[in-house]
Design a protein around this ligand. Sequence first.
Ligand code: C5P
Length: 339
Amino acid sequence: MQRVLLHTATAAAPFYVPGLVAALEDAGWKVAVLESAAFPKAAIAAAGLKCASTKEKCDVHLYAPWDKAPVAESDALVAAVDGVFPGSLRPTCRLSLGRQGAVTIASYEQILEALEARRTVQDFAGKTVLITLGPTIEDFDPARYISNRSTGRMGVALARMAARRGAKVLAIHGPLSVSMPDVDNIECIPVRSAKNMGDAVLANISRADCAILCAAVADFSPCDYSEEKIKKGSRETLMLRMKRNIDILATIGSLPTRPFLVGFAAESTDVLKNANEKMRRKNCDMLCANDITAAGCGFASETNRLHVFLRDGGNREIPLASKNDVASQVLDLIREKMS
Ligand code: C5P
């Protein structure tokens, strides 16, 4: 476990530090807070935090360089990680200081991701990874649409872990049920339909060294769109004619030059046979298959388990683990196969 020493001395400290410490500790960091006039020993202890008296024996010193700034509405404050990100984190988060006003600071998540990147090998530095994720939405009138149960969790985990490893991530996503890490090296391109997603992928694919297509793309979309909300009237049934959508993965697989290509397959029967066949038919370098009927593997699950098929032969099992851990192992394989 790595230790962080948090240096802070502003009036913002009592408002900011407890939440930051909780966020870091949740992620497995051990944090000690250095006392200051604004946040004395007694206040640190009252907030249930560990007070540090020395800078020694810490792996990372996390400075709050806003210390000299006056606390006012317009303050744009940033946090810096010792020696690595001096002042470079974007202030994005507004924090109320009660009667003393408000400040804008880097979010806990930005700071956490900066620390995580610091303890992670930057083996994707200089690489651009395009990821599709989440569901698509196929509208058929102004109020209604067809979609699916994808939350985007696995794709968000892949984006987070690739960004931690130094990649520039292009995340092309439908509506997500979980939030994407708010870090500078993830560029989000929100889309709605399969057509929008296909257009965005084709427009950006030449920037990518690797493309991981894990979106749950609708296979069909309604043939017609009604500008007016469809009235039920007196009818007992409603027919919706559907047409086939572009298969984005197969389209990229057929390009004469393409990045290292990874597909996903959510299967409920004959997982191994179907996935192997899909990898060849869609011409990808790697296909990650999961059995969505298995325990811990469903759409909204926090965990996953994958069978990974490799184009150059063989396959690997990634056992049941958190989606972050599974994402890391997928990225390990991609790194190994790309080089
Ligand atoms: O054929 P199937 O939908 O099972 O294939 C799944 C894989 O293909 C996933 O990687 C998914 O993102 C991709 N896909 C796609 N475009 C579609 C359908 C699936 O890119 N229209």
